[in-house]
Design a protein around this ligand. Structure first.
Ligand SMILES: NC(=O)c1ccc[n+]([C@@H]2O[C@H](COP(=O)([O-])OP(=O)(O)OC[C@H]3O[C@@H](n4cnc5c(N)ncnc54)[C@H](O)[C@@H]3O)[C@@H](O)[C@H]2O)c1
Ligand SMILES: O=C(O)[C@H](O)COP(=O)(O)O
Length: 599
């Protein structure tokens, strides 16, 4: 609680916003391996999640079958509730008792799920790649981290794609059904060869790349379309990246490997089927929604598409009477791409480690809805992260009640090149520091920008380039709040904003400027700021009041404009002073205003 007195305004102990008790925010890294197996180390920020009390274990709801090794890992750290085939209503009811949720593709993690969690759900783990069944916007708005397991099922999906490609080309499934039906139709099931044929891989990511590699081994000519894939990665395995139109117009086989997004939804439709080579064959192990399924039935009937092999469907399971799955030219499997023993074991371990790591606030798995910050950068920024949050907390507590905080300017002074200083984490922590003391909202790296925007808080960032050694990422951080009045008038800078500035010294964040006054107090415990007429004995007088009131002083510093003129005294205290102690400080004749700020 911030408390202040301004003799000029005669408003001692202004009522200020209270702190809500929230779970602590800790930072963690996560590590993901991309298709090139290069380590990418995204940062995630999650909350220790023992909602049942400090010592209670967190609860993880596993809503779809997960490999045993993953469950064992989870059980070492959390209470694990395996509850499969929950209805949406049952999931919403259960979720309020859970800190983490693990799903595969069969569970819709809708906005209602996040709303029903009452803020307890901190991590959603998707045991697989596709996160189209998770409402990411809702997760972000609720500060819930979403992690996935992006690498463990890549090979399984690619192998299933190749299996479908070959099975389709040689009518394996249809011929098998025919033999089991007592027939021997050798002429009916004459297939087509793969060798020498052109395969268009649509989506040249992890699975697409592995499919391309394998198809080349089968002697196919492989082209790929992916607007975001680097050409050199394709070239390295002898694949040419081409436009969408060229890919679909020249391919004998098309294999789909892009995510389902607004841009890829129904990307194969009447119009695009019409541009394909007559007799093209299509494999889909990506997502059903990338194909307009009714248009595919028309294209199959018209002979534009000779055959399709589908592992995924718009609706899963598809209705039994679906013309598509009943079509004799269609081979269908029930979303089996990731379903190998090896992949499921790998996915289970990958997601369990990610979720446990996230719940612990340690190294966690891949964050889907948080910015990526490398592990090295995070280690380096750690003390500045603390500084950023504390400066935000200080600045907002200096705002006079009734002044709405709308515009915040953050200045980073650094000798580093602009592209060598990632400030997203710092901005998120300043946002947290500013918003949390004045609301009941929980802010973390996941929802900081969203929460600021929602509250109409505009945070602008500016860099001051310094000469000198770029050894330290930052020299100082300055937070300014414009267009507000302050309950501590001395915090207003010459240009009219509340201004606080801080530096990291020996790994400890320090407050080094308030308004136009230089101070130096470590940002630990709480702070009392006093403006006084500079004169001998002030430190002693305030110090003895605090001593008599049993408040331990950790630090004291005086910043003044000139000897015997106005000065600001910053006092670091370990304990919260009583109202009586603050009243006595306010009664010291030379003190013109003071404020108590909780960090
Ligand atoms: N059937 C299964 O069981 C199964 C298993 C694993 C993955 N999948 C699905 O396969 C797909 C690919 O998975 P991944 O691990 O390779 O993902 P990935 O992110 O590594 O690759 C996806 C690629 O698609 C590209 N892309 C995005 N938009 C595109 C567009 N408009 N056109 C073309 N390319 C586009 C991306 O640039 C990326 O390179 C996902 O939809 C995933 O859910 C299915
Ligand atoms: O996106 C994925 O990882 C695959 O579609 C696998 O989904 P599943 O975990 O439901 O098998």
């Amino acid at each position: 609680m911030a408390t202040s007195a301004s003799k000029a305004l005669r408003t001692p102990f202004l009522k200020t916003p209270s702190f809500s008790s929230k779970q602590p925010l800790t930072s963690a890294f996560s590590v993901a391996l991309g298709p090139s197996r290069r380590a990418v180390k995204p940062l995630v920020v999650v909350i220790s999640a023992a909602a049942g009390g400090l010592d209670a274990k967190p609860t993880v709801l596993v809503a779809e079958k997960l490999g045993e090794a993953g469950l064992e890992l989870l059980k070492e750290f959390a209470n694990v509730d395996c509850a499969y085939n929950l209805s949406p209503e049952e999931l919403c009811t259960k979720i309020s008792l859970c800190d983490a949720l693990i799903v595969r593709s069969g569970t819709k993690v809708s906005r209602e799920v996040f709303e029903s969690s009452g803020g307890r759900l901190k991590v959603v783990g998707r045991a697989g790649v596709g996160i189209d069944n998770v409402d990411l916007a809702a997760a972000t708005e609720h500060g819930c981290l979403v992690v996935n397991a992006p690498t463990a099922n890549t090979v399984a999906a690619a192998e299933h794609g190749i299996a479908l490609l070959a099975a389709m080309a040689r009518n394996v499934a249809q011929a098998d059904a025919s033999v089991k039906g007592g027939k021997w139709q050798r002429n009916k099931y004459v297939g087509v060869s793969l060798v020498g044929k052109t395969l268009a891989v649509m989506g040249f990511g992890k699975v697409g790349t592995e499919v391309a590699r394998r198809a080349k081994g089968l002697g196919m000519h492989v082209i790929a379309h992916d607007p975001y894939a680097p050409a050199d990665r394709a070239r390295a395995i002898g694949v040419e990246l081409v436009s969408f139109d060229e890919a679909i117009a020249t391919a004998d086989f098309i294999s789909l490997h892009m995510p389902l997004t607004p841009a890829t939804s129904k990307v194969l439709n009447d119009e695009t089927f019409a541009k394909m080579k007559k007799g093209v064959r299509i494999v889909n192990v990506a997502r059903g929604g990338v194909i307009d399924e009714e248009a595919l039935v028309r294209a199959l009937d018209a002979g534009i598409v000779a055959q399709a092999a589908l592992d995924v469907f718009t609706q899963e399971p598809p209705p039994q009477e679906s013309k598509l799955i009943q079509h004799e030219k269609v081979t269908a499997t029930p979303h089996l791409g990731a379903s190998t023993m090896e992949a499921q074991e790998g996915v289970a371990i990958e997601i369990a480690e990610a979720v446990v790591g996230a719940l612990k606030g340690e190294l966690a798995a891949t964050a889907v809805n948080a910015p990526m910050v490398s592990a090295e950068v995070l280690t380096e920024l750690k003390p500045y992260v603390v500084l950023a949050e504390k400066l935000g907390r200080l600045a907002v507590q200096l705002v006079a009640g009734g002044s709405g905080v709308k515009t915040v300017k953050v200045t980073y002074a650094s000798a580093r090149a602009t592209d060598d200083l990632d400030t997203r984490l710092l901005r998120a922590m300043i946002t947290k520091g500013i918003i949390e003391p004045i609301s009941s909202v929980f802010v973390n790296l996941v929802n900081a920008d969203f929460t600021a925007k929602q509250r109409g808080l505009r945070i602008t960032e500016e860099r001051i380039g310094l000469d000198g050694s770029p050894e330290n990422p930052l020299d100082f951080i300055q937070v300014q709040i414009a267009n507000v009045e302050s309950k501590f008038a001395s915090a207003i800078s010459d240009s009219g904003e509340i201004k606080v500035e801080g530096r990291v010294k020996d790994g400890i964040p320090h407050l080094t400027k308030v308004g136009s006054f230089e101070v130096d107090v470590s940002l630990e415990g709480s702070i009392i700021l006093c403006r006084q007429v500079d004169q001998p004995g002030m430190i002693g007088r305030v110090g003895s009041i605090l001593g008599e009131e049993n408040v331990n002083v950790s630090f004291m510093s005086v910043g003044r404009i000139a000897p015997r003129k106005q000065a600001v005294m910053a006092i670091g205290v370990d304990d919260q002073p009583s109202k009586q102690a603050l009243k006595r400080i306010g009664e010291v004749p030379a003190i013109e205003e003071f404020v108590f700020l909780k960090l």
